[in-house]
Ligand binder design. Structure first.
Ligand code: PLP
Length: 447
């Protein structure tokens, strides 16, 4: 198995191991091996007609990961006319008042660049809500950078704080962007395993010793995603406290992805790392409107950070994208003013969908891990007897008409997650009902 710069084994591209050809082929991982990078570079050089000194036209960084498996599964769903339970975007309408606010902003000619780090009223709304929801003291003039989604907030933050040789600690399975984000920012990822609960209804946990060993003098930051994609884990106060102690001990930052802040179940409480003693000065809190307001296509997110870090993030953000869409920032400010009942109904709606999908998956023969937050369900597919997650998801999309995400795409090493598959339940009741019907065919259509 190939090693990456951190000395950890990297996931291999599984195009070969899957043996699949043509349209239904699904790659399992984004972090590529050195061998496959050399093969690609060799083919490009052979194809050159004029004999010139060999030059790599594609950067080494870009060769170290593949395209997103999750977004690839969306294309597979379209190709096979399957239902998309792969990518995390709702198939139901966004709040009407939010859409009206966006239309109104365009009508009012809020159509030019906003201030690069975010329209003033949106930054004020973000600061106000951070205080209301998490008791955070946020200065909208100094601490907030509005970005093109939390995706950009994460990469802008990493680019703003990392130097070559820095290490980024990350729990795995992890949201697939973090691996390429670390590579693009020149840092080395170090992964700490989250272990699934034995019985399906318990919590995903990590070993304290593993976490302690992951921190060292090279550690620049830890990425904490809570509520978590793909596991549905909501980190507890005690777990966050341990992470905070390690950050302080090793003078490291916490970069928290809290995009599912309002989607929690069964009394689970979302706690922002920045709330913990001594952490506001070393935490970058990332969030956005995609999930809370069902507008994943709008691309508005933000990073809240101490002034020193905010200045660096703002500079990187300015040269990456200049700014997030101005009229949609206006609408986002309106969204952040919705009453508390909006958030209660949001969580209730997702709990209903979660329970529906859990019942359908369990009925169909999956071991489905009950999430405490976010809108995904990780499952164990061992009972179906498929060689791996890729052959299973291929069968699922082609024969059953449901696209899901192969579990291995959330891990750094090949083989991990090979008997896991993730489903998204941010869908209408009718969609989930039809998904349940199709899933019930699984046993029958096994080839
Ligand atoms: N962070 C996590 C954990 C996600 O699951 C997703 C989307 O699925 C994102 C970030 C992307 O957020 P945005 O749309 O704000 O870029």
């Amino acid at each position: 198995m190939a090693k990456n710069g951190s000395g950890k084994s990297q996931a291999t591209s599984t195009a070969g191991r899957s043996g699949a050809a043509g349209a239904a082929k699904v790659k399992s991982a984004r972090l590529k091996t050195a061998a496959s990078r050399t093969r690609t570079a060799g083919r490009e050089q052979a194809a050159s007609i004029t004999p010139r000194p060999a030059k790599r036209l594609v950067s080494e960084k870009a060769e170290r990961f593949t395209e997103s498996v999750i977004r690839e599964m969306t294309r597979q769903a379209q190709l096979h006319g399957a239902m998309n339970l792969a990518q995390g975007f709702p198939d139901f309408a966004a709040p009407a008042e939010l859409k009206r606010a966006a239309q109104q902003a365009i009508e009012n000619d809020v159509n030019q660049y906003a201030i690069t780090w975010g329209a003033k009223n949106l930054r004020q709304a973000i600061a106000r809500q951070a205080k209301t929801w998490q008791g955070m003291e946020v200065d909208p003039e100094k601490n907030v950078t509005v970005c093109c989604g939390s995706t950009e907030a994460m990469i802008a933050s990493l680019l703003a704080v990392t130097n070559p040789g820095d290490e980024i600690v990350c729990f795995e399975p992890y949201y697939e962007n973090y691996g390429p984000d670390a590579i693009l920012s020149g840092a080395r990822p170090r992964f700490v395993s989250l272990r699934p609960p034995a019985n399906g209804t318990g919590e995903w946990t990590f070993d304290e010793g593993d976490l302690r060993r992951a921190f060292n003098r090279h550690t620049k930051a830890i990425i904490v995603n809570t509520p978590n994609n793909p596991t549905g884990k909501v980190f507890t106060g005690a777990e966050l406290q341990l992470i905070a102690e390690l950050c302080q001990q090793h003078n490291a930052l916490a970069i928290t992805d809290e995009i599912y802040e309002h989607i929690v179940y069964d009394g689970a409480e979302h706690i922002s790392m920045a709330r913990l003693d001594g952490m506001s000065e070393r935490t970058i809190t990332i969030n956005g409107i995609s999930k809370t307001y069902s507008v994943t296509g709008w691309r508005v997110g933000w990073a809240i950070a101490p002034a020193l870090l905010s200045n660096a993030i703002r500079k990187v953000h300015d040269f990456l994208t200049v700014g997030a869409p101005a009229p949609l920032q206006e609408a986002a400010a309106m969204g952040l003013s919705l009453p508390q009942t909006y958030y209660e109904e949001l969580a209730q709606g997702y709990r209903r969908r979660r329970d529906r999908l859990h019942a359908a998956l369990t009925e169909a023969g999956f071991k489905a891990y009950m999430p405490r937050g976010a809108y995904y369900m990780m499952t164990d597919i061992r009972s179906f007897g498929f060689a791996d997650d890729l052959s299973f998801t291929r069968h699922l999309v082609k024969e059953i008409g449901i696209a899901a995400v192969p579990g291995s795409s959330f891990y750094s090493e090949s083989g991990q997650g090979a008997q896991q598959v993730r489903f998204a339940f941010c869908k209408k009741d009718a969609t989930l009902q039809e998904a349940a019907r199709r899933l019930s065919q699984l046993g029958k259509k096994r080839n």
